[in-house]
Write a protein that binds this ligand. Structure first.
Ligand SMILES: [Zn+2]
Length: 243
């Protein structure tokens, strides 16, 4: 999936490393973590108080008799700052790993980050546009030739998934072209930078060409291919976002 790296990062308490509140619900924001720490300080927990004194400063001592909300508001900026530091470390380690990766392996990973969200977004857009029944989104949205190809690929594979599972990147391009009005807003979003209506669809075609080369390892993947794929990943992320 092409979800941003920071979205997949859990919110955790920097003092005790727990990821859920007292009711077992995962923290979903800096505010939630701050309330957890404030609550712990209120009950006299020294680990959390020490963390807060270290990050926020000694005035946390005088805030001890304030409400949990006041205390949490004081703590929240430190939680956000701590998370930003972790995010930067994660990004840096991903970039370092990418620099050492074989070009074909790296290209394959980028292509997965393009294919998976695109595939998911197209299905959802067709379901929203035509309806969730097979004779709606599948029959109305997918050209007959692609439906036939998918059925054949399904019969040749184990385990057998739903036919849509067997679309190729080049099929996804055709599906968008056939249902252009349903994808109009998404296309406009990604083509805004270039003011060029075919830019994104041509990009899918180019990804498909690189994909075919990745699968045949005798063909070299160039630095240009890699930088194109990397940029196209972020375009697909925009294209697939909820509108
Ligand atoms: Zn904690």
């Amino acid at each position: 999936m092409a979800t941003s790296r920071s979205e997949s990062l859990d919110w955790r308490c920097p003092a005790c490393n727990i990821g859920t509140n007292s009711e077992g619900v995962a923290f979903s924001s800096a505010r939630a973590v701050s309330l957890h720490i404030a609550g712990k300080i209120k009950t006299g927990d020294s680990t959390h108080r020490q963390w807060a004194v270290g990050r926020v400063g000694d005035n946390i001592q005088t805030l001890r008799y304030e409400t949990i909300n006041t205390l949490a508001a004081e703590i929240e900026p430190s939680i956000i700052e701590a998370r930003q530091i972790i995010e930067e470390l994660i990004l840096r380690s991903i970039e370092e790993r990418d620099a050492n990766e074989e070009p074909n392996v790296l290209a394959y990973r980028y292509i997965r980050n393009i294919e998976v969200p695109l595939h998911k977004c197209i299905r959802q857009t067709l379901v929203d546009g035509y309806g969730a029944n097979e004779d709606e989104w599948w029959v109305k949205g997918i050209p007959l030739a692609i439906r036939r190809d998918c059925a054949n690929r399904k019969e040749e594979s184990t385990p057998r998934e739903e036919p849509y599972h067997y679309t190729y990147l080049i099929d996804l391009k055709t599906i968008i072209e056939k249902n252009r009005t349903l994808f109009e807003n998404r296309l406009r979003t990604v083509n805004k930078q270039t003011n060029h209506q075919r830019e994104f669809l041509d990009g899918i075609g180019k990804c498909n060409d690189i994909r075919n080369r990745v699968m045949h390892t005798m063909h070299e993947i160039s630095d240009d291919d890699l930088s194109f794929l990397k940029q196209f990943c972020s375009l697909v992320k925009q294209f697939s976002e909820d509108l």
